[in-house]
Write a protein that binds this ligand. Structure first.
Ligand code: FAD
Ligand code: AMP
Length: 479
């Protein structure tokens, strides 16, 4: 088969499928090649995010939080719930249904927008040709005016803890447990380790998180990381810092994990072990040496600010290129590339990408942290507001955490916002919009916020930046 498309996308994750839809919307003849198939051999669209990432993890986080609330949080409201129990296969089944609904939704969106879906593993060759090997072994070659590489990422494996998919699992396996492990080990206190650790902790597992670094959540603002560590400790998550896992062996149906910390060598025995030590770009066999595309030593494809690779008319977006491995970052890159191919002048603002850890409470951030501003020598001012001073948070019995806002000392322009607390992701999103419009802290301070809402904490933190907070004493009063 030989067919020519204006745009050929390899990979249908949030970077690839969004790029394909936008390209088709712009009138370009577009196809998306995806290698993932389900048990019946049907193409599974949506990539990591929809199948084994963002969506299934949030489904389990929501289910497990409802179970936790029903069993431990409702008493304070005067609601007695007796005999709560958890049907794990039903919880997993609900998650699977949501995944099927959303992945099927992409199939529908492709049809509606006229994107051709092609099953197979794509490999870019010289001259904008893509060789596609289907699941049944059939090989065909497609031609394209432009190629977008969106092959995403895979979990990192470490030699001390080889995945056996039964006792030692990666993030994908951790979304499939059919019963609650009595003792659960998690390697890595990053975003994925904390989210999956939280799911099973809420379901009743005794969870120990082993993290090699000494500092907890080093990418987050230090004040927020410190506050989060306190909250997680109260929830019973046993997070051990400076703990480097050196081995994991399955013995008599249990996993024996060895790790070293400053006190020496230690051993722990778990029913299951989740390895959550990061993700790596899926760039093997994606392009030939003469395609003109190149990558760094870790497998990230080299691109410029517009996601152009070193080969003409060839782009790369999402987890396979530099920047945070986040679905929304990949999607926006996909839109930018599709629009640039169509002759528009789209650019991407990498300074306002929000990041979220969907624990309870959530942790969310945008912009610079206080430690980054210090390191960059930027003169800044800061304002914080605790949820315990929010009427709405108290009403909801969900008042742990705080909002912290950072602004330029001279111009008052917002430089960052960091939240640990209820609905942190949605609160930070408000500041993302403000930053996108170049707002000052005063602009937010002058905005009317509905009362009583959690959003008022953003208002108060913005007011606190200039010493004008109303519902807490200001550290430094300014006129
Ligand atoms: P992917 O989603 O990885 O998609 C790449 C696709 O390309 C795959 O379908 C793959 O099969 C296909 N492919 C690869 N090579 C080829 C080839 N040669 N030919 C054809 N097809 C190919 N991010 C968030 O923003 N929010 C979250 O809450 C969040 N939660 C997460 C939870 C977990 C447990 C995990 C693992 C990840 C989470 N992420 C989250 C990260 C998010 O999933 C990724 O950032 C996102 O999926 C990256 O999108 P992508 O399109 O670049 O790649
Ligand atoms: P992230 O990249 O955010 O998913 O986080 C993964 C975490 O795993 C990082 O904080 C790493 O320090 C941690 N990590 C990697 N290898 C090990 C190991 N052998 N033992 C403990 N933690 C590890």
């Amino acid at each position: 088969m030989s067919d020519k498309f204006d745009v050929l996308v390899i990979g249908s994750g949030p970077a690839g499928y969004v790029a394909a839809i936008r390209a088709a919307q712009l009138g370009l003849k577009t196809a998306c090649v995806e290698k993932w198939v389900d048990e019946s051999g049907k193409t599974k669209l949506g990539g990591t995010c929809l199948n084994v990432g963002c969506i299934p993890s949030k489904a389990l986080l929501d289910s497990s939080y409802k179970f936790h609330e029903a069993s431990s949080e409702l008493g304070v409201h005067g609601i007695a719930v007796k005999g709560t129990s958890l049907d794990v296969p039903a919880m997993i089944g609900r998650k699977d249904k949501i995944v099927d609904q959303l992945t099927g939704g992409i199939t529908g969106l492709f049809k509606a927008n006229g994107v051709t879906s092609i099953q197979g593993s794509g490999k870019l060759q010289a001259g904008l040709k893509v060789e596609v090997t289907a699941a049944d072994g059939t090989v065909s070659t497609l031609e394209a005016g432009n190629v977008i590489l969106a092959a995403g990422s895979l979990p990192v494996e470490i030699p001390p803890a080889p995945i056996d998919n039964e006792y030692i699992v990666d993030s994908t396996g951790a979304l499939e447990f059919q019963e609650v492990p009595t003792r659960l080990g998690v390697i890595g206190a990053g975003v994925i380790g904390l989210e999956l650790g939280s799911v099973w902790n809420r379901c009743g597992s005794d969870v120990v998180v082993l993290e090699a670094l000494d500092e907890f959540l080093p990418m987050m603002d230090m004040a927020i990381a410190k506050e989060s560590a306190k909250i997680f400790a109260k929830q019973g998550l046993d997070i051990r810092m400076g703990a480097r896992v050196t081995g994991a062996k399955v013995k008599k149906g249990k996993v024996e994990v060895t790790y070293s910390n400053p006190d020496g060598d230690n051993t722990e025995v778990f029913d299951k072990l989740i390895v959550a030590v990061g993700r790596r770009p899926q760039s093997e066999n994606l392009f030939t040496a003469d395609s003109g595309v190149s990558m760094d030593e870790r497998g990230f494809i080299f691109v410029n600010d517009y996601c152009e690779t070193e080969a003409p008319h060839t782009y790369a977006v999402g987890d396979i290129v530099r920047g945070p491995m986040l679905a929304h970052k990949g999607s926006e890159e996909g839109v930018m590339v599709a629009e640039r191919i169509a002759g528009k002048k789209a650019v991407m603002n990498y300074d306002t990408i929000p990041s979220v850890i969907y624990t309870h409470p959530e942790i969310a951030a945008v912009g610079k942290t206080e430690q980054e501003l210090k390191a960059d020598g930027i003169d800044y001012k800061s304002g914080s507001f605790p949820f315990v001073a929010s009427g709405r948070a108290l009403a909801a019995n969900d008042s742990e955490g705080m909002v912290k806002m950072l602004a330029d000392a001279q111009t008052d322009r917002i430089l960052g916002c960091h939240v640990v607390g209820p609905s942190a992701a949605d609160l930070v999103q408000q500041v993302v919009i403000a930053m996108e419009f170049g707002s000052s802290a005063e602009d937010i301070g002058l905005t009317v916020f509905a009362h009583p809402t959690l959003s008022e904490t953003v208002h108060e933190a913005a007011l606190a930046v200039n010493g004008h907070a109303i519902h807490i004493p200001n550290r430094k009063r300014r006129k």
